[in-house]
Design a protein around this ligand. Structure first.
Ligand code: TNX
Length: 764
């Protein structure tokens, strides 16, 4: 009896101790995680402990600039500084050895109990070794430690870029500096500073004072989304610009952190702010006003007027001395040719220069500016539209409308940087949750950014080397403050950093998420407004074997459980636990939430289902949907889920220039009293309503009777057409929509093919 008791007691004590020990160990051992994932990491089980006695030992030739960020951060974390001196005591040794570390920007970081050793291929390598060390620092009980390991590391791409648009919204110098620190932490080495656009000119040019007093300001700013109509405005003057002194300080700050800044001075389009001050540079002579809303504007620099070139050269003469970068970005995107077509000067130029059309005039414009910049020892970068009408000889193409521009450039043996909007535009939505803050374009979740691969199969090995790297862009139409910008950019910028740095073979999304979770305390410490919703529920609406709707839910949060309700109530731990895709057999709202233990993570997921007679029925299309608006099957047209205002939510079917002709076969004749379809009208996105929509019904699939027609669709956004008809027997429903065809003159992107966007054919 006594014996048993002692054993039990001993066991309890032992388990208690073990648990306590486990807790302590758990608190001290921070899993190691570095973003971007290094080339290789070998753990060695040792621990380096920091104390004020630890010194940083720099070998000859290492710039102390490399220590700025490390020291700042270390001080913030530890509350004391590390001294910089020659020492044999526990220390951080920094050196450069390009024979040992052969890859540019590469480094070796070895951490043992008494010493941390960083050997860089170059200064940048040493710096990146320190940046990795920052991410490994762990604080517990006031003590800072780092786990022993050896890291060999170097980047995959030489160009790892991040862009920021400071025209649509202006960010002060301090915000830009914080931005630069963060780029550097994640080993991004290029900052593309978008300084001029229709809504504001943001760099001081002394020769043209009106750029400061007029172009840097707009009268007011649109409220809400540019797709909303009518447009509403805030009535408040908005603006600002960087003085040349401020620009110099930012460039120096970036250089100390191994970041090259590429300034962008937009031409020939996106020039309205400049024209507002100097109307003689436009085709019509104005008057013009700095734009107050977002979009593409027809008024651009006149390509026939010599003054335009003089102006731009003078501007560049002041810009170049501020930026040592080899590259200067000249824009070149979204330049409507509308005004050039009717401008006598532009037409005269086309004739004199024996140009074929306005596209060649654009190419002439860019070519002339390139020559000028080359004469000053610089190279140009332009958006992929600079391919139109022929590429200027030494130009680097920034491929944004898709990957095609980059591929075309590489095939022409021009350098290219991949920044396709579909994958790496961080101003787009990161989640489909309705409570997501207002954002620019479509849906680009973290996983989509992460899985982007810049070297496409179209490129042979030799051509692939012209792809110099990747960049993510942050257009700031909907980023009115740095806090908003950070929420939009973090964590997706970390995914971009990993595309740029980490070898393809070393990438893994689940592993990235794991490291991202470790990274959160560091980002909090740095006061970053991170969107921490990346483990929220995502869904997939599937077709079951018997053609019913099934809903699959998932979350990437480890060890989590999903609970859901079908009656509209808020899900909790007592709700139904999700274990596998389930059938949706009635209309209504599904709500779900992720729990880790008893703690809810993120927001509540919601989805509405609308059931009707055509659910899961066969749909036959005469023309196929295209590009990103081809979900790959027709089930989505009859799956009970309506496409949302987010046009790339996977629900919409888009017909580019083609008409819609769909036949739904209900399987057998039955009474039908309502026919419907949803149509997405966003002229800003080239999405046009049909000029004619008809519904026809048939019992034999041969002879159809028209039961409804509609020619106007007034709602901007989703037009839900619901036609109530006299109850009739029908087996086949034919829906026809006539595409607008070519976008008419005077409209956004006139001359392009219109998209006819439809979802869900509703039959009741
Ligand atoms: C397209 S990307 C633009 C920008 C907008 C952006 C919004 C590019 C070269 N032009 O002017 O801000 O879309 O996402």
């Amino acid at each position: 009896m006594i014996n048993t008791c002692t054993v039990v007691l001993k066991y309890i004590r032992y388990t208690l101790c073990f648990c306590l020990l486990m807790n302590v160990v758990h608190a001290q051992v921070k899993e190691q995680g570095i973003i971007p994932q290094p080339y290789s990491i070998q753990k060695n089980g040792e621990v380096f402990r920091f104390s004020p006695a630890v010194a940083i030992n720099i070998r000859d030739g290492i710039s102390t600039d490399n220590l700025i960020f490390f020291n700042q951060y270390f001080h913030q974390l530890a509350g004391y500084n590390l001294s910089v001196k020659k020492t044999i005591a526990p220390s951080i040794q920094l050196s450069i050895n390009s024979n040992k570390i052969t890859e540019p920007e590469g480094y070796q970081l070895s951490i043992a109990s008494k010493q941390i050793n960083i050997i860089g291929h170059d200064q940048a390598g040493v710096f990146y070794g320190l940046q990795s060390l920052v991410q490994l620092l762990h604080k517990s009980n006031g003590k800072i430690t780092v786990q022993g390991c050896t890291i060999e590391d170097h980047p995959r791409f030489a160009y790892r870029g991040m862009h920021l648009d400071v025209s649509r919204h202006f960010f002060k110098v301090n915000a830009i500096k914080k931005w630069i620190d963060l780029l550097a932490l994640y080993k991004i080495n290029t900052f593309h500073w978008h300084l001029t656009d229709d809504q504001g000119w943001r760099i001081e040019i002394k020769k043209y004072p009106l750029l400061q007093s007029i172009s840097a300001y707009r009268d007011e700013t649109i409220i809400g989304h540019k797709k909303d109509s009518p447009h509403r405005f805030d009535g408040k003057r908005y603006g600002g610009y960087y003085t040349q002194e401020e620009v110099k300080a930012v460039v120096k700050y970036a250089m100390e952190r191994h970041i090259s800044i590429i300034p962008e001075i937009e031409m020939p389009g996106h020039a309205l702010a400049a024209l507002a001050a100097y109307p003689e540079l436009g085709c019509t002579g104005g008057p013009y006003k700095t734009a107050t809303y977002w979009g593409i504007f027809d008024d651009v620099y006149c390509a026939g007027n010599e003054q335009t070139f003089t102006f731009l050269k003078n501007v560049l003469d002041e810009v170049l001395p501020l930026f040592p970068s080899k590259y200067i970005h000249i824009g070149g995107d979204e330049c409507p040719k509308t005004k050039w077509k009717t401008c006598p000067k532009c037409q005269r130029r086309i004739k004199d220069e024996h140009l074929k059309d306005e596209h060649e005039l654009q190419s002439y414009f860019i070519g002339r500016m390139e020559k000028y910049l080359n004469s000053k020892g610089r190279q140009i970068i332009g958006w992929d539209e600079i391919l139109e009408g022929g590429l200027a000889p030494g130009a680097t193409v920034m491929s944004w409308t898709g990957e095609e521009g980059g591929i075309a450039a590489a095939k022409l043996h021009h350098n290219a940087i991949m920044t396709p909007e579909k994958y790496v535009y961080l101003d787009y939505y990161q989640s489909l949750y309705p409570s997501e803050p207002l954002a620019g374009g479509g849906y680009t979740p973290l996983s989509k950014v992460y899985n982007y691969e810049p070297i496409t199969k179209e490129l042979s090995g030799d051509e692939a080397k012209y792809i110099k790297g990747v960049q993510a862009n942050a257009w700031s139409e909907y980023l009115a403050s740095m806090a908003q910008a950070e929420h939009q950019i973090f964590p997706r910028i970390l995914a971009l950093a990993e595309i740029g740095w980490t070898d393809k073979e070393n990438k893994s999304y689940p592993n990235f998420l794991k490291r991202l979770r470790y990274e959160q305390p560091l980002l909090k410490q740095l006061n970053i407004n991170l969107a921490d919703t990346f483990d929220e529920i995502t869904d997939s609406v599937m077709e079951s074997a018997d053609r019913q709707i099934q809903l699959a839910l998932s979350s990437t949060l480890p060890g989590s459980q999903i609970y859901y309700t079908t009656d509209g109530t808020t899900p909790g731990l007592k709700s139904k636990k999700y274990d596998k895709p389930f059938l949706i057999s009635t209309s209504g709202k599904i709500k779900a939430a992720v729990f880790s233990g008893t703690k809810q993570y993120g927001r509540v997921y919601e989805k509405d289902f609308h059931l009707h007679k055509a659910i899961g029925k066969t749909v036959t299309l005469t023309n196929q949907p295209q590009g990103g608006y081809n979900p790959g099957n027709t089930f989505g047209m009859v799956n009970g889920v309506f496409g949302s205002k987010l046009y790339n939510d996977g629900q919409w079917y888009g017909f580019n220039g083609d008409d819609l002709e769909a036949v739904v076969d209900l399987g057998k004749a039955q009474p039908v009293s309502q026919l419907g379809i949803n149509i997405l009208k966003y002229h800003w996105q080239k999405m046009w309503e049909p000029t004619l929509l008809t519904f026809e019904i048939s019992t034999d699939g041969k002879n159809y009777t028209e039961v409804y027609r509609q020619t106007t669709f007034n709602d901007n956004g989703i037009n839900a057409v619901r036609a109530n008809i006299k109850t009739t027997q029908a087996r086949y429903i034919r829906v026809k929509g006539t595409n607008k065809g070519i976008i008419p003159p005077g409209e956004y992107i006139a001359g392009a093919k219109a998209w006819l966007m439809v979802d869900e054919i509703v039959v009741k």
